[in-house]
Structures are given as structure tokens and as C-alpha cells.
Design a protein around this ligand. Structure first.
Ligand SMILES: [Zn+2]
Length: 278
């Protein structure tokens, strides 16, 4: 798309990058964990993807959305990680939607995760979980919605056997919001199916011509980010499959290979799961 990109610094430490074209796309990146949420702004209405994590960022994201002075036509939660849905507490009047698998997952594990996060972040955490409304893409795992005449293709990808990711492909803008499938200069939140995840990224690279990918962590990026993520997954998978690998050795080797990368805290969150049997 023909765009001018503007970077806006928020007092809170978050960054917004704005791509202005026929439709304006805004990405809000929190300085903690680099958690990203996005806005597609049409002439009349807004579409929002994800809600942020810590309450101060969620409230600031909401404030920014309000400053655009247009009604939210759609708000989606793209997957079941708490750093993307807990911020819904800042949007009491918005009916957010998520795939039914995502809603089920939040329902099953959300309260336990929230309590654990309260120990770490105390008052920065919301008191309760706001559950999005469940919807289904149907048998084709795809659906097209319209925002002020702009076609937005919703697709579902299985990142692992149990992790579902909703994506938003906008052909007219050559833009794809893939959230947790891609990370820009942040450590990937790994699961045991690293090969499968890399295969999905290869599939995405082959399928469409995209100028900008909007991601779950870090700033938007070109297709190179998917190539980088594939290499990261290949490295991590090889390491993981090494004989007598332990969680400590795994973390040290990963930090050693990627010393500049941000989001080191993400490693500690998944590490335990990764080295549990079964
Ligand atoms: Zn995330």
C-alpha cells in the first residue's frame, strides 16, 4: 500500500506506528513484553485486534482509540494468550469476539492464569476476566467481513495441536495481521510443535504477497520477519531435540544465539511447559 508511516511515543512508554493510506492502520506496542494490538481505521468505522495485557497499557490503548472519534464496528481477540485478552477489562462497552476454541481455552485456563499474573503485576492486572463472545468460521475455516467497503479475510491457523490463531488478511492493503504467529525482534513463545509452526510460516510466505505483517509482539515488519522466525524455530527445535537437554541449558543456549533479542521474560513463562513430559 502507498503509505506514510508516523511513529507516536506515548507517555507510558508504548509506541504507536501509524500507516496512512486509503485506510489508516495503527499498531500499539507496549514497552513491556512488546505486546502489540492493532486498529484498522476506515472512513467511518474501526476494527480492533486484541486488547493489550497490563491495565495501564489497555487503558492508554482505549484512550487512543477514543481519540480517533469513530465507532468500533469489530473487536476481535485473536488467540488465547492472557497478554492479548486481559486488557478487555478496559473495554466494558465493547462486545469483542473470538473463535470458539479461543473462548473455551480462556474459560478453562483464564482464572488460574490471572491469579498467577496478579502475583507478578499486582495492581496492573484487571480484577476479572472479560470473556469475548464465541463465533465460528464454518467448515472452510475462513470468512470475509467488510469494514467501510474494505474486504478483510478472517482465517484460522492451528499453531500447535491445541493453539488456534485467528488472522486478518487484507488484500487491498497487502497486509496480514498474523499476531502470535510472528514476532519482531522478540523471543518466540515456544510450544512443543515448533516444526509445525515453522511449516505454517512457510505456507504464509507462499500464499500471499504481503507488504506488512502485523504481529503479536514488536513492530510491524516485512516478509523477512517470517524468514527470521523460521530460522529461530529451526534452531530452537534442534536444541530442544538434543539429547539430555534441560530447561536451563535450553535458555542459556537460546540467549547465547540471540543476545540482542527482546522479550527474555517470555522464555521463563513457557519454559516449564516445554520440559514437562507428555
Ligand atoms: Zn503474546
Amino acid at each position: 500500500m502507498e503509505v506514510t508511516a508516523t511513529v507516536i511515543d506515548r507517555k507510558i512508554g508504548a509506541t504507536i506506528i501509524k500507516y496512512e493510506g486509503s485506510f489508516t492502520v495503527h499498531t500499539y506496542v507496549a514497552s513491556i513484553l512488546g505486546t502489540s494490538a492493532h486498529i484498522i481505521e476506515g472512513p467511518e468505522h474501526l476494527l480492533i485486534v486484541d486488547s493489550q495485557f497490563l491495565l495501564p497499557y489497555a487503558l492508554d490503548f482505549k484512550k487512543y482509540i477514543d481519540s480517533l472519534n469513530k465507532p468500533i464496528q469489530y473487536m476481535f481477540i485473536s488467540h488465547s494468550h492472557p497478554d492479548h485478552y486481559l486488557g478487555l477489562a478496559a473495554f466494558p462497552d465493547v462486545k469483542a469476539k473470538a473463535l470458539k476454541e479461543t473462548v473455551r481455552e480462556i474459560n478453562d485456563k483464564g482464572s488460574e492464569l490471572l491469579e498467577a499474573q496478579k502475583e507478578v503485576w499486582s495492581e496492573k492486572m484487571p480484577t476479572d476476566i472479560v470473556l469475548p463472545q464465541a463465533f465460528n468460521l464454518g467448515t472452510k475455516n475462513a470468512m470475509t467481513i467488510h469494514l467501510d467497503g474494505l474486504d478483510i479475510h478472517l482465517r484460522k491457523y492451528l499453531k500447535s495441536k491445541s493453539e488456534v490463531q485467528l488472522t486478518f488478511y487484507v488484500p487491498a492493503l497487502k497486509l496480514h495481521i498474523i499476531q502470535e504467529l510472528g514476532y519482531n525482534n522478540h523471543h518466540l513463545f515456544l510450544n512443543k510443535d515448533m516444526n509445525h509452526w515453522a511449516d505454517i510460516l512457510r505456507l504464509l510466505l507462499d500464499k500471499d504477497v504481503i507488504d506488512i505483517y502485523l504481529l503479536g509482539h514488536g513492530l510491524p515488519a516485512t516478509a523477512q520477519v517470517l524468514v527470521d522466525n523460521i530460522l529461530y524455530l529451526e534452531f530452537a527445535n534442534k536444541l530442544y531435540k538434543t539429547k539430555d537437554m534441560t530447561s536451563d541449558k535450553f535458555k542459556i543456549a537460546l540467549l547465547d544465539e540471540y543476545p540482542q533479542m527482546e522479550g527474555k521474560e517470555l522464555i521463563d513463562i513457557y519454559l516449564l511447559q516445554l520440559f514437562i513430559e507428555g
